[in-house]
Each structure stands twice: as structure tokens, then as C-alpha cells.
Design a protein around this ligand. Structure first.
Ligand code: IPE
Ligand code: IPE
Ligand code: MG
Length: 246
């Protein structure tokens, strides 16, 4: 789908992607799973550049879930090494495209080298004013909500927050995504139709787009197709069609 078909005025401000299917992509080629993860980097680069060029404000990529720690140690290690190498290698592209890097999730749980590389890249790109690329690492929606509740409970206990003042808006300020708009569009590749513990709070009214493409094959034409599909949806937020169209 060419990007000319995208209506600039109704571009999503925030797109979230569950990048799925790397393992199957490798298996189809008779290769080890890590080969799929390595080939996922090109898709990340293309989606990031695509979003940056279109003028999307936030792109959140689900790169490693809390549950993914349970995979075979060899794959987990391979993914962590790939993460360090990729951030290092892609820094130039981020700078060239004016992209600001951010992360959500239990960053403390990552190996030392990953944390260091990630923090450096976040620091080096902090003044970029284009797309914010958010990596969800050691992330899960339930983890994020529990962390938010713990910090909120402390504030109530210490009288910094009154029970009656707790609202959706206040709660959101305790989430990792504080100050970010909710995604209008969430894409999942590889044909799986589930949320897998991604942005549980934030996806409440997100339009969800599923594609059978495996993540390493995903390119900006696929991104454009998803955005056009999103632009043809009617977002009613609980109301009826006639109300939304007047
Ligand atoms: C997504 O691809 C990448 C991560 C979860 C890290 P998978 O590794 O889940 O690939 P499939 O789903 O097994 O094909
Ligand atoms: C979701 O994919 C997590 C990421 C893409 C990082 P999974 O492949 O881990 O999800 P399930 O296990 O199929 O639900
Ligand atoms: Mg998967």
C-alpha cells in the first residue's frame, strides 16, 4: 500500500506492535530460532523509519515479555546479546532520523551490558524531537499495573495522595507510559490473535490489526496497509454511529 493513501490529518499518534513470528520464520528456512531474531532487526529499522517519515509521535515495540524469560536459556541469552549489538549498531540510524529512544518494562532485570547500552542510547538521543521509539523490554501489562499500584499505595500511605483523588488520569501517571498517549493502533504479526500481556491498560480502546506476515518479513508497506485499515475503522468509544458522525 503506498503511503499516499494515508490521510495525514488522521494519522495515529501512537502505534504499538507485537513483533511476533521470528521463530517460525527461521524454522521455515530450516534455521535456528536466533536466525529469525537476527532478521527481525531489518523489520524494526523499516517500521521505525516508516513511522518517523510519516510523522507518528510514538512507536512502541514489544521486544521481550516478562514471560519470555521462561524460554530456553540459550535463546534468552541470544536475544540479550542481540539487543546490545542492535542498539549499538542502530544508533546512527536513530540520530539520522531524529528518533528519541525510550524503554518501558523491568529494565533492572536486564543483564548489565544491556542496561548500560540502553541507558547510553537513551541519553544520546534524548534531545531528538521526532519519533519516540519505545522498547518494551522485560515488560508485561500486569507487571506494569502492579508496579503502579505499589507506588500509588505508598503515596496514599504517606498522605501524598488522597483515596478520593484516585482516578484514571491519576493512575496513568504511575504507569511506565505516563505522559504518552494511548496507542490508537496496535499491530500483531504472525497470525496470532491475542494480546499476550502487552499494554493491558493502554489498549482499552485501541484498534487492533492482525496480519499473517511473520515479523522478519514486515516492511513499511505493511505498516502503511495497517494505518489505512485503521483509518477506515469507525471508532465509537461506546457511542453509536450517528453520534460519532455528527
Ligand atoms: C517474537 O517472535 C520475538 C520474541 C518474542 C522475542 P517469536 O520468537 O515469538 O517467534 P514465534 O512466535 O515462535 O514464531
Ligand atoms: C509476545 O510474543 C511477546 C513479544 C513479541 C515480545 P510471544 O510469542 O511471547 O507470545 P505468545 O507466547 O505466543 O502469546
Ligand atoms: Mg511468538
Amino acid at each position: 500500500m503506498p503511503k499516499e493513501n494515508i490521510v495525514k490529518e488522521s494519522l495515529p499518534k501512537h502505534i504499538a506492535i507485537i513483533m511476533d513470528g521470528n521463530g517460525r520464520w527461521a524454522k521455515n528456512k530450516g534455521a535456528a530460532r536466533i536466525f529469525g531474531h537476527r532478521n527481525a532487526v531489518a523489520a524494526v529499522r523499516d517500521a521505525t523509519e516508516g513511522c518517523a517519515e510519516l510523522g507518528v509521535d510514538y512507536l512502541t515495540l514489544y521486544a521481550f515479555s516478562t514471560e519470555n524469560w521462561g524460554r530456553p536459556a540459550e535463546e534468552v541469552m541470544g536475544l540479550m546479546e542481540l539487543l546490545v549489538a542492535t542498539i549499538k549498531q542502530e544508533l546512527k540510524t536513530l540520530q539520522k532520523n531524529n528518533v528519541k529512544l525510550a524503554a518501558i518494562g523491568d529494565i533492572e532485570a536486564l543483564p548489565k551490558r544491556c542496561k548500560k547500552q540502553l541507558r547510553e542510547a537513551i541519553e544520546l538521543t534524548k534531545n531528538n524531537s521526532g519519533l519516540t521509539l519505545v522498547l518494551a523490554l522485560s515488560y508485561s501489562g500486569r507487571w506494569e499495573i502492579i508496579e503502579a499500584i505499589k507506588r500509588l499505595a505508598v503515596d496514599v500511605k504517606e498522605d501524598k495522595l488522597k483515596l478520593d483523588d484516585i482516578s484514571s488520569e491519576v493512575f496513568e501517571t504511575y504507569l511506565n507510559t505516563a505522559n504518552m498517549p494511548d496507542p490508537e493502533l496496535m499491530i500483531r504479526t504472525s497470525g496470532e490473535m491475542r494480546i499476550s500481556n502487552f499494554l493491558l491498560w493502554q489498549l482499552a480502546y485501541t484498534e487492533i490489526y492482525f496480519t499473517d506476515k511473520l515479523w522478519p518479513d514486515f516492511r513499511r508497506q505493511d505498516l502503511n496497509e495497517a494505518i489505512i485499515a485503521y483509518q477506515n475503522r469507525e471508532r465509537r468509544f461506546g457511542r453509536i454511529s450517528e453520534q460519532v458522525n455528527t
